[in-house]
Write a new protein. Structure first.
Length: 329
């Protein structure tokens, strides 16, 4: 009799342990999707990247991929070639794959509500990284991790106000139309240069954050706009394109025409150290580690701040020379 009871108890114990194993830690599903991808405990992230348009983007992608690997997060990654419809398709596919969390850098500010509503209905949390969206419904994402672009524009304008005298005719190379960094860097710059009535933006066109785009628009400005004193480029890559156009026009970049850019990627810092660019406002692309920490918390159902602003500074030519040896990107 005793043997029968022992055997029965052992069977119940084994069944209980097996059931616990099937349930897994539950972390993959808690607060997140149905836990698609890797084993029970592996978080699966779907990341919809803007594209590969600039040195900044390359560094940003590398940071995300390396941080996912270090955190043991399975990363599904897509490159939208700077087209919103491709990002929307990627997000939709991540919902269908039932990933645990979706993160993306919205190429433009608007048009995201329908696809983010699909993610919300599938109980898959969304994290905005790098760029923000302009939506009334802030329940569509858990947090926004990225720079304050208005502040970056202000830093650029402040340098121009404080480091020039007399009339300054400025041409502006904008990022892609509708992108948060393009809208806000313009806004911050204009706010700051308002302190002087002899600084004027005489021409402004999108160069789409690419070196080729910056060169093309600067060539057009040099043909159509007389007496250019300053180029304000929304990123280093367009500033580097402008340098090519200025040199081809027989002028000296950094001297005949001052150049202010944003990002502080290696190629931009090298031009700054050479004096071809006069001032760079840093925009930190190394968001990977913070993104993975936020993803782990969000999937575990923990509270996270709705806004995480990244740390970044500014560089003069002398500061670039000192910083270059240790720059990671
Ligand atoms: C800024 C980022 C911008 C960079 C550009 O956070 O979105 O996009 O400034 C990049 O270099 O193309």
């Amino acid at each position: 009799m005793v043997k029968k009871i022992t055997a029965a108890l052992g069977a119940v114990l084994l069944a209980a342990l097996a059931a616990c194993g099937e349930g897994g830690s539950g972390s993959a599903g808690a607060g997140g999707g149905a836990g698609g991808g890797g084993g029970d405990d592996t978080i699966t992230m779907g990341f919809a990247q803007v594209g590969a348009e600039s040195g900044w983007r390359t560094a940003n992608t590398k940071s995300i991929q390396e941080a996912a690997e270090a955190a043991g997060i399975e990363l599904k990654f897509s490159d939208a070639q700077q087209r919103q419809e491709n990002q929307i398709k990627a997000i939709r596919s991540y919902v269908q794959q039932k990933v645990d969390v979706i993160a993306f850098s919205p190429v433009v500010e608007t048009g995201w509500d329908p696809v983010l509503l699909e993610a919300k209905r599938a109980n898959i949390p969304v994290i905005l990284t790098d760029r923000a969206i302009d939506s009334e419904d802030t329940s569509l994402y858990k947090t926004f991790l990225g720079s304050d672009f208005v502040e970056e524009g202000k830093k650029a304008g402040k340098w121009l106000v404080e480091n020039t005298t007399g009339p300054q005719r400025v041409v502006e190379l904008q990022g892609n139309t509708g992108a948060a960094p393009a809208i806000d860097r313009k806004k911050g710059f204009e706010e700051e240069i308002g302190a002087r009535d002899d600084i004027e933006i005489v021409a402004s066109q999108p160069g789409d954050f690419t070196r080729a785009g910056g060169k093309q628009v600067m060539e057009a400005f040099l043909r159509s706009t007389p007496n250019i004193d300053v180029v304000y480029a929304h990123n280093d890559d367009m500033g580097l394109g402008a340098i090519e156009a200025i040199k081809a026009a027989g002028k000296v970049p950094g001297k005949d025409i001052k150049i202010i850019t944003v990002d502080a990627v290696k190629a931009g810092m090298e031009a700054l150290a050479k004096g071809e660019i006069n001032f760079i406002v840093e925009c930190n692309p190394l968001l990977g580690e913070q993104l993975m920490e936020l993803a782990e918390k969000v999937v575990a159902g923990e509270e996270v701040p709705t806004r995480v602003v990244t740390e970044e500074g500014t560089f003069t030519s002398e500061q670039a020379k000192a910083a270059l040896p240790d720059r990671k990107y």
